[in-house]
Each structure stands twice: as C-alpha cells, then as structure tokens.
Design a protein around this ligand. Structure first.
Ligand SMILES: [Zn+2]
Length: 340
C-alpha cells in the first residue's frame, strides 16, 4: 500500500500506545529468550518492527494466572530493559511515555491479564505496583478460586439476546475485586475490563473512580463475539471516561473470513467512534497473543497503513492522533492525577 506524505508525517507525529501485547509471555511459553531486541521473524513483534511503526509504549502482559509465572515475566522484562537501557523504559508515569517519544525508546507499561495471581492479597498488588504494574486487567475470563469475577466469561459467537440474558444471571465482581479496584484507584493503576463477563464489566465501570480501559476487543454490532463490546457497553465505557483498544485479531473483526481485512478494522474504529465518541477509542493489537492468526495490520511496522486508511475514510488528523495514543494517554493521566 502506498503511504502518502501526509499519512507518514501524521504517523511520525503520533504517540502510539498499544493497549495489549503478549510478546513476553509468548516468548516465555515457547521457552525462548524474553529479549525482544533481536529480529524474531517467527513472532509478530521485535524491536526493529516496533521502531519501524513508531511505537511509543505498550501494555506488556505480565501474566495473571499464577504469581510464579508473573514474577518470571517481570524478570524477563526488567532484564531486557537493564540490558538495553537506550532502547526501552519501564513506564512508571505519564511523563515516562513522553520521555519514550522524545528519546525514541519503547515503553513497557506493566499489565496483568487477570488479577487472579494476587491471591486476594493487596500486599501482592503493592509489590506488583513497585515492579511497574500500571494496568490491572481484572480477569482473563477465569472464574477460579481467587479470580475477581464469579462466573467464567463465555467464548465464541452469540446473539445479542444471549448477552442481555447473561447480565441478569452472571455473578460479577467478587468482594476482593472491589477492594482491589479501590486500591488500584488509590495507587494509580488503570482498571482493565477486557475479558470480564458482562455483569463484572458494568460493575467495574461503576465501581472505578477513574476511567477504565477495555484494552483489547472490538464492536459486537459488527462481529457478535462474546469478547466484543455491545453498543450499551461502549456507551457505559464513554460515560466512565474510558477507552477501548480496537484489536487487530481477525476473528474478533468479522465472522466471515472473506471480510477479515484492514478496511473492516476501520469499520470497527468508525463504529466505536460513532457510539462511544472519538475520545474513547484507541488500539490494542494483541500481537503474539492470537496464535497463528495473521493480525491486521500484521505487525507494528505496517501500522502506517492504518493511518492511511483512516485518512482515506475521512477521519480528522486530530481523531487519528487520539486513536493511536492520545486517548490511552488521557486515561493514564487521569488515573495518575487521581492517585492518592
Ligand atoms: Zn486477551
């Protein structure tokens, strides 16, 4: 695809914040080095491609199911940053994201994908914060003994009526989830509701005093998957001041393989902007978290293509800057400023 001068200049100017990245845990799972610096053609992410696409920072998934796993991932991430201090930064504040942009570094924003590993302990949460946790994804859909929701999140495609019925019968946040949300509000950790069941989603949006992230997912109206947000959820997210990170995973973008393309990703961005508003839409690639599926765009290196398509579709430069990172930056700023 031809990238116009206007699109490239706009893309270069943008702060790009990826709402969800699974690269470090995927390296851990495959028993590879957790250093993303060498070229890793068998993965969707490496330093060269992140830089080619102008990535500023990303929510780096630091586990969730067990504390042991989470600590191993933190060790991998910290070791990477210690080894390559000119290339990476552990983001502890919004100022660090601006520093990444100014210095051409990639920022790791620590993100749990399930707070189950906290084991119902705020002490563990405090230690996670000290390691760099700034985004707490409440659940990975789990509903085990120390999970933060009572009913497991369903998977697959469904009807809108199934979603509406589920809300009435699902068990949402646990008592510890409410304690953890209050403590994350106090510490300055953003609440992330991707993967929650529908009851827990609405309860978390209500319980959190700061804007929430829905770090990776898409629009149910265009692709009726349990993991995507219905229009009333998009509106609740906007009311809360939060942001959805539109995912680059084809099965959440369209049920029909023939319609799984970058233009359809733009449809989701457009729909989310129409329903939630342009201040509430960002991106959450889920790179290296979607198995063998080819992402759209395939890696950060090709993200300028999306800037081009958004311009072609009539999005303003201002909206495109908000989409790439402005909205996540605003949420993180509000979360940080509200911390006590
Ligand atoms: Zn996920």
């Amino acid at each position: 695809m031809e990238i116009s001068q206007q699109a490239q200049a706009l893309h270069d100017k943008a702060i790009l914040i990826d709402g969800h990245n699974d690269s470090i845990i995927e390296h851990w799972a495959r028993k590879d080095s957790m250093d993303l610096t060498p070229d890793w053609p068998e993965y969707q992410v490496d330093l060269r491609r992140m830089k080619a696409g102008g990535l500023t920072a990303m929510n780096s998934m630091m586990g969730g199911q067990t504390l042991h796993q989470s600590i191993e991932l933190w060790d991998g991430m910290h070791a990477q940053v210690e080894k390559h201090p000119d290339e990476y930064l552990i983001v502890r504040s919004v100022a660090d994201i601006h520093r990444c942009k100014a210095e051409g570094k990639i920022g790791h924003i620590g993100q749990l994908e399930s707070c189950r590993c906290l084991g119902n302990s705020l002490h563990v949460l405090h230690m996670q914060y000290r390691l760099g946790l700034r985004v707490g994804n409440l659940t990975h859909g789990d509903a085990a003994e120390t999970s933060l929701q009572g009913t497991r999140s369903p998977g697959g495609y469904c009807e809108l009526a199934d979603r509406e019925a589920a809300r009435r019968v699902f068990s949402g946040l646990t008592d510890f989830a409410r304690e953890a949300i209050a403590e994350m509000n106090r510490l300055g950790i953003a609440i992330d509701t991707a993967h929650t069941n529908d009851a827990a989603f609405f309860q978390a949006a209500e319980a959190s005093e700061t804007p929430i992230e829905f770090s990776h997912g898409a629009c149910f109206a265009l692709c009726p998957h349990w993991r995507n947000l219905t229009d009333d959820q998009l509106k609740a997210l906007a009311d809360n001041g939060g942001v959805i990170g539109i995912i680059f995973y084809r099965n959440f973008i369209d049920q029909d393989p023939d319609k799984q393309n970058l233009g359809r990703v733009v449809d989701h961005i457009e729909h989310a902007c129409e329903v939630a508003g342009e201040d509430h839409v960002g991106f959450g690639s889920d790179y290296d978290g979607i198995g063998d599926s080819i992402a759209m765009p395939p890696s950060h290196a090709e993200t300028p293509q999306l800037t081009q398509l958004l311009l072609d579709r009539g999005f303003s430069e201002e909206t495109i800057l908000k989409f790439w990172g402005g909205n996540f930056l605003r949420v993180l700023t509000e979360v940080e400023e509200a911390a006590g």
